[in-house]
Design a protein around this ligand. Structure first.
Ligand code: SAH
Length: 214
């Protein structure tokens, strides 16, 4: 079995994004451009590089997974980030989703909290090697990252029972929080802090790893 060249992998990525667009998973141009740009094969274990451009979640070690590309597309569209926005991510994992939003908001604007020390270190190194200026911290996402609040948007890639209030409070009025909520049955929710409370929309069933606590 021959090794895939970088250009094979790049071509496979463009075909994947073409399919995601055809199937209606990608609405915003900036999301599409970011998905076309980020080399997902660099974020998966060596043995899975060929599978990086299938629309499927993949194991990344420590019992964690990199979300399927269509889920990253949907969540990025719902977050609707603009260039220059400051974003909070809870659950860095391998760093792929952080790289996608970083393509949109630009260098230094993504703050990501990861529970597992090894994943935090590896994703920090990987993102830097690939030229993504993303801030990664080991910590419990229940606390958010208060030092850089308020954020224009936040998202969780692990599922809490309900989105921690502390995270919602770190997002500015008019911003958005996108997150899976629930245990076995999970729902993707979008929360919007307004002047007078939190607006809440739901966007269907999803499946994410549980958000750890303690
Ligand atoms: N966005 C990632 C997917 C990560 S999977 C990617 O593109 O690869 C979810 C991640 O959430 C895992 O890495 C897991 O360790 C992390 N996680 C679980 N509970 C957490 C918590 N309380 N705080 C921060 N991260 C957490």
């Amino acid at each position: 079995m021959g090794r895939d060249t970088e250009s094979d992998l790049d071509a496979a990525r463009q075909r994947l994004v073409d399919r995601l667009v055809e199937r209606g998973y990608v609405e915003r141009d900036s999301t599409e451009r970011a998905l076309r740009a980020v080399p997902r094969h660099e974020f998966v274990p060596d043995g899975s590089r060929r599978r990086a451009y299938e629309d499927t979640p993949l194991p990344i070690g420590t019992g964690q997974t990199i979300s399927a590309p269509h889920m990253v597309a949907i969540m990025t569209d719902l977050l609707a980030p603009d260039a220059g926005d400051r974003l909070l991510e809870i659950g860095t994992g391998c760093g792929y989703h952080a790289a996608v939003v970083s393509e949109i908001v630009g260098p230094g604007n993504v703050y990501s909290v990861e529970y597992h020390a090894d994943l935090a270190r590896e994703s920090r190194e990987r993102l830097a090697r690939l030229g993504y200026d993303v801030h990664v911290r080991r910590g419990d996402g229940h606390e958010g990252w208060p030092e850089h609040a308020p954020y224009d948007g936040a998202y969780l890639t692990c599922a809490p029972q309900t989105v921690p209030e502390t995270v919602v409070e770190q997002v500015r009025t008019g911003g958005r929080v996108v997150a899976p909520e629930g245990e076995r049955v999970q729902t993707l929710v979008v929360l919007r802090p307004t002047g007078s409370g939190i607006e809440r929309e739901t966007h269907g069933r999803v499946r994410f790893v549980p958000m750890r606590s303690g």
